[in-house]
Design a protein around this ligand. Sequence first.
Ligand SMILES: *Cc1c(COP(=O)(O)O)cnc(C)c1O
Length: 404
Amino acid sequence: MSNSPFNRELFDQVMVPNYSPSTMIPVRGKGSRIWDQDGREHIDFAGGIAVTSVGHAHPEMLAALKEQGEKIWHLSNIMTNEPALKLAQQLTDATFAERVFFANSGAEANEAAFKLARRYALENFGPDKHEIIAFHQGFHGRTLFTVSVGGQPKYSAGFGPAIEGITHLPYNDIAALEAAVSEKTCAIVMEPLQGEGGIIAANPAFAQRARELCDQHQALLVMDEIQTGVGRLGTLYAHEQLGITPDIMTSAKGLGNGFPVAAMLTSQAIASHMGVGTHGSTYGGNPLACAIASKVLELVNQPTVLAGVNNKFERLKAGIEAINAKYHFCAEIRGRGLLIGCALTEPYQGQAGVFQVAAAEQGLMVLVAGPDVVRLAPSLLIPEADIDAGLALFEQAVAKVVSG
Ligand SMILES: *Cc1c(COP(=O)(O)O)cnc(C)c1O
């Protein structure tokens, strides 16, 4: 056992108890392998919750970090900086967007998106047009506005009055959406695939109807691509697979490979409503974060890498199906690219966490997406050998859970 004074017991003495982390404390990573305080090796199928898109300690990421680190880390927004301009240019070249706002986290990018949608509606159509339509099980972050738009009461309840003017509908329900959209709607906010909500993909017809309804009612379609973006689903952004273009999109998680950075992307016309002084962030768009995100985009936005994501999906899916043929734990394999959910069969409902702990005991990191879904979100560059090694550990974990 490690003798480090920085152990799990110390957590309870010095940290706010909003998390309940494992006793195992990782100290080092390389690619899709992680080592803990005891020197034990783990295979990383979690990617820090769909964040470490190019894996741990990628040599080109280290070079980018070091290069910018030696130049300049931070300026204020009184000045612009070269890495931010470069990253904004990369993002606008690669997407529908013409303008970018940088933030430090997904929630902050969404906060900016929701504020902008409201302001756009207020300035164009007056104060009545402020209602936001969002979806049950949706997740948009943990600030008060973002938990209010999110469709999970467990995150929004208990903090006093929520933000008003938000309606939640069943996801993928076209009729409910048609009935709810009105002249008061300023935005429809959705994930192209609900991540935290259980790995549930939007039907293209649903997303397309949302687009049409927004156009008919002068509302904005806001796509939260914080989990699905930056190649996670096998295209640079997931909405590309739905046959629609949003008005505002947010990106975070995989964008920084673990360094806190986020972006809100939109058109010039919409961006013009966020004039000088309307919004801001001390750290958003700082040169260090932007240099890192710039390198991530360069590494991920390549046809071979994106095609590789789809190939790795097939390999993981085949592996899970082979395990399932023996143990019948998974009713449905959901998701796309490297955001995969195993929806548990009836006897194991509510036990996703049990599978997660069993996997950890074998030296495999996996995630859950709610109580009924085991979620996998490894690095987009995970080698096939690590996929196979991880699947072997997963089989041992599943065997243990199933044998009770
Ligand atoms: C993780 C996530 C967020 C919140 O991002 P933070 O960086 O934790 O603030 C928002 N939306 C979606 C879809 C996410 O997966």
